[in-house]
Design a protein around this ligand. Structure first.
Ligand code: GLU
Length: 287
């Protein structure tokens, strides 16, 4: 049975891009009598707000997209800790004491700082700390946990994923470098939580925007490191505004709540989106 999910972060109001993504995920399961789950990704404790969770539920109801089960990542932290324990026991995670400023200084001083899709990658400063110093610093300093991506990649061997739209995608396991698994003030990183949940919730089809594709390289690496099953992916085209920008608050994108207050019919909106008709001023980006 197909199981898909819509996994918004409650850090702001949903906009047309979220509606588009929710429809893709919902219909991928529902068209085959599958299950559609709603997962609130609220591990970013400083930016998540209960009023945005309430807004997400109201928006989805307005769109007529019903879900079979709802969960919140903040209630599943023990699962992420267990996964981190496993990576640590396997020698694939290490504590990182660096501050943002220290990382920026290190990157600026290095001639060959590796770069990822969002800029310079963590240069691996804390990976080489000797065990005694590490234990001492853990007792007195704040630290995050990072994945040893190089070692995980070496153990995993060649990886790929199946994408319903892009085909077979070879994985670049070090694309995001030694990513954070647990932050100094974040109980689990997005990457760790999403990979653990997709497996624990039996997600067979991960339907999400193309903008998240770079993360999928890291997700496949984490799945291999944790011995988790590999879902099928479907990275759909993004909704763009008239200037070709991805929708975001900072570009003044209207929220679904704005449209609801204006009296727009959510069900009619979804019917139009399903036949590929976007509201005036919006278009789809590259598939
Ligand atoms: N929580 C992520 C977001 O709101 C989506 C994660 C996913 O679908 O894997 O962008």
């Amino acid at each position: 049975m197909i199981v898909s999910r819509f996994a918004p972060s409650p850090t702001g109001g949903l906009h047309l891009g979220h509606a588009w993504s929710a429809i893709q995920a919902h219909d991928r399961a529902r068209d085959h009598q599958g299950r559609f789950l709603l997962r609130i990704e609220d591990t970013d404790v400083t930016r998540s707000r209960p009023e945005h969770v309430a807004g997400i539920l109201t928006d989805l109801e307005w769109l007529g997209l019903g879900w079979d089960e709802m969960s919140a990542q903040s209630e599943r932290l023990a699962l992420y800790d267990a996964a981190l324990d496993r990576l640590r026991d396997d020698g694939l995670a290490y504590p990182c004491f660096c501050t943002r400023a220290e990382i920026a200084r290190e990157v600026a001083a290095s001639l060959h700082a590796p770069h990822g899709p969002d800029g310079p990658l963590y240069p691996g400063t804390c990976r080489a700390i000797d065990p005694a110093t590490r234990a001492e610093r853990m007792a007195s300093e704040a630290f995050a946990w990072r994945l040893d991506a190089g070692e995980a990649a070496r153990r995993a061997g060649p990886l790929s994923w199946t994408d319903e739209l892009a085909g077979t995608m070879p994985v670049a396991p070090r694309l995001l470098g030694d990513l954070v698994l647990k932050g100094k003030d974040r109980p689990a990183s997005y990457h760790l939580a999403v990979v653990v949940d997709d497996a624990a919730q039996g997600i067979t089809h991960v339907v999400r925007g193309r903008d998240i594709m770079p993360s999928t390289h890291a997700h496949r690496l984490l799945q291999a490191a944790l011995g988790l099953p590999e879902p099928i992916y479907r990275h759909h085209a993004l909704v763009l505004d008239a200037e070709g920008n991805r929708l975001a608050k900072r570009h003044g994108a209207p929220t679904l709540a704005d449209w609801r207050y204006e009296g727009m019919d959510g069900i009619a909106l979804v019917e139009r989106l399903r036949i590929g008709e976007l509201p005036f001023g919006f278009r789809l980006g590259q598939a």
